[in-house]
Design a protein around this ligand. Structure first.
Ligand code: FES
Length: 577
């Protein structure tokens, strides 16, 4: 028999507290009976004018409400903070954990039996999943979908992937003022998430792969009426999940994370997803070492031909069969017995999608774009705790190299010197962008895809080796070794590098070294200036004191679940406020 609804602790009974709680809801026009057995469902809405990618979520919330009412539940929508990748500085990543706390604490503090999570832009879905994993109330994710592509001089634009390309051309002196201004009008032409396989699209698909989103819905574009249908269906479904007491803990299992990692490899997804998956898993006490990404990444071919690793955009991917078609193609690498928020077993979903991937945007395994997954893991004296590279969007000729370092310390140093005509750099150099990690900025911004020095860009150089302790946009491309851990601010070797040091890496072999002796590294470390934060108050201070490194998902140490006791979501005392 099902346990009593959690919301009954607020609303059932005859005392003044229950009456006051029922009266509060009645002021919204919703009458609750003392013997009510209808689940109260929260709708966590991260819509905001400050985040155009999430703007459409308010309309979807109405569709979710229709579904909840129709299934016999009571919807209560609440706002959360919103993390917009474009306007929020230094990086929305600084605030992902804050949003996760916001959502978790809203769930804890209120009379909710389940929740529908409305997210879209890069960090909002991971934050909501982290919260759902910690709260462990029945939950279902709905994403807002990708924006319609702008058409620029006859070509459909991948935003912001094409922005990076335009910027490269502009820096090389190949793009005039008129074209640059015209591109601006076209890049921001509709609401929704980035329409290439950036972090937002990747995380939407990985949420589906984890089993926390209705199957086949992760790639529906923002303006497609099927998205409202998916939202309404999710509203209906969450009521059933509450009735069945289906909680994230029964869905977010090690097998589910393996499935997500396999899908990440197959779709050529964003490197940022590695951090987010580690963070979500950590909330359930599940370790996801980088070695697991490397292992599954080697086995699973990349079969999705979408920007920035391929050619098409997300709308074409959706038309080609979307995630179920990908999963059907790589089914041999998936755990098909996992539980999901859907009504049908995964094997049944994939049986209906099998064979839809012949040619085009989703390729058959035999015709993969890349024999192994899109993301490789490397470690060595340059990154003892590991680093990752999106090899599917890198230059094959740069995956094995030995080159001299040109070192930049932070974004301002990079901006100040990258175009200096006297910069001692050649196409064979390795640009080092240090001081961009989780602690160092703080927030680990996407500063890793440093531009090609202008004097080289004007010679036609379009890619060169780069290494950073920061991140790069999921919509970006280039040979960039990312998330080098430990970061400079935590004493990592990347912070000890000097111009002219020799970097030697073999990414396919999983190795990334700086050719310095241990004694030399120790001597430099002994005289290095320790990182001193200017942040003495507020969230940045709390973040810097507790943030973990990239291989641990950049979560705060006290939010992870090192022991079963830490998994326990302590219910509030429901009495007078
Ligand atoms: Fe929001 Fe890309 S900037 S999804």
């Amino acid at each position: 028999m099902r346990s009593p609804l959690r919301s009954r602790r607020w609303f059932a009974g005859d005392d003044e507290v229950a009456l006051a709680n029922r009266a509060a809801v009645r002021s919204l026009g919703i009458e609750l009976k003392t013997d009510e057995d209808r689940p109260v469902i929260g709708i966590a809405n991260s819509a905001s004018d400050l985040n155009p990618c999430n703007h459409g979520l308010t309309a979807l919330a109405e569709a979710v409400k229709r579904g909840i009412w129709a299934a016999g539940g009571i919807p209560l929508e609440f706002p959360t903070i919103s993390l917009g990748e474009e306007l929020m500085k230094p990086s929305a990543m600084l605030y992902r954990n804050l949003m996760a706390m916001d959502v978790e604490e809203c769930l804890r503090a209120h009379p909710l039996d389940g929740v529908v999570l409305l997210g879209n832009c890069d960090k909002t879905i991971p934050a909501q999943l982290m919260a759902a994993a910690s709260a462990d109330l029945p939950a279902i994710q709905v994403s807002g979908g990708t924006r319609r592509p702008g058409v620029f001089r006859g070509r459909r634009l991948a935003g912001p992937t094409d922005l990076w390309r335009f910027w490269e051309q502009r820096r090389a002196g190949e793009l005039d003022d008129e074209t640059w201004a015209a591109a601006e009008a076209c890049l921001g032409c509709s609401l929704g998430a980035c329409n290439s396989m950036g972090t937002a699209a990747t995380m939407s698909l990985l949420t589906e792969a984890l089993g926390m989103m209705l199957p086949g819905t992760g790639a529906i574009t923002a303006d497609d009426p099927r998205r409202a249908e998916a939202a309404e269906a999710s509203g209906r479904r969450i009521v059933e999940l509450v009735a069945g007491d289906v909680r994230p803990s029964s869905i977010l299992t090690p097998a589910a994370f393996d499935n997500a990692i396999a899908v990440l490899a197959a779709i050529g997804g964003s490197t940022n997803a590695v951090i987010h998956l580690c963070a979500i898993a950590g909330r359930r006490g599940i370790e996801l070492p980088l070695a697991r990404f490397a292992e599954l990444g080697r086995r699973v071919p990349m079969i999705v031909d979408v920007e920035p690793s391929g050619h098409a955009l997300i709308d074409a991917f959706d038309a080609a069969g979307a995630l179920p078609a990908v999963q059907a193609e790589i089914a041999e690498h998936l755990h098909l017995g996992v539980r999901t928020v859907g009504t049908a077993p995964l094997a049944e979903v994939l049986a209906g999608a099998a064979g839809r991937s012949a040619g085009g945007v989703i390729r058959p395994r035999a015709d993969a774009l890349f024999a192994s997954g899109g993301i490789a893991v490397a470690r060595g004296s340059l990154a003892p705790d590991g680093a990752i590279m999106k090899v599917s969007a890198a230059s094959p000729a740069l995956l094995r190299l030995r080159g001299r370092a040109v070192v930049f310390r932070g974004y301002e140093d990079l901006q100040a010197r990258i175009d200096d005509p006297d910069l001692d750099v050649t196409p064979e150099s390795v640009l080092v962008i240090a001081g961009c990690g989780p602690i160092g900025v703080p927030g680990m911004p996407e500063w890793g895809m440093a531009p090609i020095p202008r004097k080289l860009a004007r010679q036609g150089v379009r890619d060169m080796a780069r290494v950073t302790d920061g991140r790069m946009s999921g919509t970006s491309f280039g040979t960039v070794l990312l998330h080098a851990a430990p970061e400079a601010a935590a004493g990592g070797p990347i912070g000890l590098l000097r111009d002219g040091d020799v970097i030697d890496w073999d990414i396919p072999a999983g190795r990334a070294d700086v050719l310095l002796s241990d004694d030399e590294l120790a001597a430099r470390r002994a005289t290095a200036e320790p990182y001193r934060s200017p942040h003495l108050r507020g969230w940045p201070r709390l973040y810097q004191e507790h943030v973990m490194q990239a291989p641990d998902g950049c979560d705060l140490d006290f939010l992870r679940a090192p022991t079963p006791a830490h998994l326990r979501f302590v219910e509030p005392v429901v009495g007078r406020s």
